[in-house]
Design a protein around this ligand. Structure first.
Ligand code: AOF
Ligand code: ZN
Length: 339
């Protein structure tokens, strides 16, 4: 099963689907393995079967798979059918699929077709946002910011400051690449003028850059965000009256954190990164909608400037024991909301 999990991690750009790995074992020998490579491609189980030297080897074998095999006709036919057809003796699964299309039905089908099923639950970081999305019916929200030792995100209100170092910049690219949406507020857009792109790798579905603005018509189209092709969603209170670049979509409404997340849920977004500023972060945190915090701590003190979370009254929140990593002379602090 450990090997199946390692196999699963090879999948990239699988959203909205999960990362899945599968290993075929018979007489204590590994005969095949496979993973779900990319969205729309074949499922892990099928790739594991394809890797067998001889397809008849599947007969009476044990299949280790990190996720309950699917039972539905989607982009591909149900894997459970293939498993039963090939005479697999036993399927060991890493977790039940939280997707209601499959959940429990895969196991039931296998058992009804004479395939033994065993659950071998392994705690893993795999598919955290996929699992969260189906369990809670909303995306997993991470808030990320870089701050000084005195908790400031810039030196002077209204001006951009470079708070953290190059190593944190590179790390945050990795963090961005794991999201489907990167969300910021209007002040951050205007003051920092960020590109919000993933610079260090090519992505099949680059994260959508989303901004909450009061009036889209008041936003300068000279900003950096409008100079690249990755999709942009603008959550605006006012309707658009201008011609906008093709990659820009304006969504008009009253954009509380709850309303934003409802919209993202309808779009099947499973992971969102809130990247500033302090007011938007405060709004998401105070609404109890943030599961994960990633804080880059820079080794400097500003003495003045904007605090990392600011502008909204709220009850104190508890987070679990953080993990701390050194990124050259900065620290990365990661922590999850306590259940
Ligand atoms: C995958 N890869 O290896 C497994 C999946 O969109 P479809 O038709 O490919 O179906 C996606 C669903 O299939 C997914 O949400 C999950 O419930 C199930 N299993 N999906 O993409 C795989 N085993
Ligand atoms: Zn499948």
């Amino acid at each position: 099963m450990k090997l199946a999990f390692e196999e699963a991690k090879k999948g990239i750009n699988t959203w909205t689907n999960p990362q899945v790995g599968a290993v075929i074992v018979k007489n204590d020998q590994i005969l095949g393995q496979g993973h779900h490579a990319t969205f729309g491609h074949e499922h892990a189980e099928i790739n594991a079967f394809k890797s067998l030297k001889n397809i008849d080897d599947a007969k009476n074998a044990t299949l280790y798979v990190t996720l309950e095999p699917c039972s539905h006709f989607g982009k591909t036919p149900p894997c459970v059918q293939k498993i039963a057809e090939l005479g697999v003796k036993k399927v060991v699964i890493g977790q039940i699929d939280p997707n209601p299309l499959v959940s429990g039905k895969g196991v039931k089908y296998l058992q009804e077709h004479g395939v033994e099923v065993e659950e071998q639950l392994i705690s893993s970081e795999l598919n955290r946002s996929y699992n969260y999305f189906y369990k809670n019916n909303r995306p997993l929200v991470t808030v990320k910011y870089a701050m000084t030792l005195d908790g400031k995100i810039n030196k002077n209100d209204g001006q951009r400051s470079i708070v953290s170092n190059q190593a944190t910049f590179e790390d945050s690219q990795q963090l961005r690449s794991q999201q489907q949406v990167i969300l910021i507020g209007e002040n951050t857009l205007k003051i920092d003028d960020p590109a919000l792109t993933v610079r260090d790798r090519k992505m099949l579905f680059p994260p959508i850059r989303a901004v909450v603005v009061r009036d889209i018509n008041q936003i300068s189209l000279d900003l950096k965000i409008f100079q690249t092709d990755e999709p942009i969603w603008l959550f605006s209170e006012k309707k658009n009256r201008r011609t906008l670049p093709k990659n820009v979509e304006v969504i008009v409404g009253e954009w509380t954190p709850e309303n934003i997340l409802n919209y993202l849920t309808a779009q099947k977004v499973q992971a969102v990164l809130v990247e500033g500023g302090s007011f938007l972060q405060a709004k998401f945190l105070s609404a109890g909608l943030v599961e994960k915090l990633v804080i880059y701590l820079a080794n400097k003190i500003y003495g003045s400037g904007l605090p990392a979370v600011w502008g909204v009254d709220f009850d104190p929140l508890d987070f679990a024991k953080p993990t701390v990593e050194s990124l050259a002379d900065n620290l990365k602090i990661t922590t999850w909301r306590k259940d």
